[in-house]
Ligand binder design. Sequence first.
Ligand SMILES: C[S@@+](CC[C@H](N)C(=O)[O-])C[C@H]1O[C@@H](n2cnc3c(N)ncnc32)[C@H](O)[C@@H]1O
Length: 331
Amino acid sequence: MQHDFATQDRRGESVGGDQGAQSTTAARRLFCADNLLVLRAMATCSIDLVYMDPPFNTNRRFVGSKGSPAAGAGFDDVFGTRTEDKEDHANLIHMYPEIERFLSLATHWGHKGSGQYLLFMAVRLIEVRRVLRETGALYLHCDSTMAHYLKILLDGIFGVEHLRNEIIWCYTGPQPSRQWYPRKHDNLFYVAKSASHFFDGDAVRIPSQWNALGGFGNPDVPKKNRGKVPEDWWHMTFGPNSKERVGYPTQKPLALLHRIIAASSREGETVLDPFCGSATTLLAAEALGRNWIGIDVSPRIHDILTMRLSQAGYPPSFDYQNMHAGDHAKG
Ligand SMILES: C[S@@+](CC[C@H](N)C(=O)[O-])C[C@H]1O[C@@H](n2cnc3c(N)ncnc32)[C@H](O)[C@@H]1O
């Protein structure tokens, strides 16, 4: 199935629609669809930043908290029993035989479902690389379940020289664990499309011990007195009672997305989140004046996004396309 669409960003540049189909003036856009369909229909080199927080292959079902705005929402993070991947597999073997060999290895050595999970990720990462501009970058959020395999996959698709950082997001919280240390970090692979990628460390400086003199955040103060560019480990708490939480399982904190978007895109540029869940990325992009495109298979995201935009004081309308229903409407 081929879906065509086009959209314009806040600078009026086209960010989609290789096939020259419908054009809209949307700078804010949500698709309810399998992201592979949308990615395949997007124009090459049209996106400035991709943040993706896919399922982690945990072999679990995640559900929204009862009584919360996300009650009834959820997704299966279960691989290994899908049958719809045969075509993807055949294409991958044809185009990237070495990736296919790597998937066979992961199937033998990895957790249950690893081969199928990595195939799911590989076909999407190939499209993500294609839609990124030369100055663009990807942040791939995962955890220790699949991080070691995903890093190799990224080497194969983006090139080992384009890995900028493996960022560790660490947090605290209860986890009864007597046989190992509590697992309290996620991994984010920050990968550039090319050597000319954009990065603005000044936009995300944080106070450092030696700049307590008061120059933090003041552009008139010399850089060395304006705090430091954060290291590649980020301690950001996101407690169960945080006011931001909407009850969506696996929801990420706005502070994490603010930092990523501020450092790796400019105002008016376009941020894509192909697994947007409770729309954290879209909200952070809105706050920072970026255009945004979100994709999620769950039809519940429309209402969650509307609610979050409205509560944050932003216009709650956006361009919405539900590909399950073949529908195209304003949200
Ligand atoms: C880990 S959650 C994302 C959470 C999000 N970052 C947040 O802050 O709420 C993964 C999301 O991917 C979605 N998803 C899974 N498979 C998908 C697919 N093939 N296409 C689009 N979305 C998908 C799920 O519905 C889920 O909302």
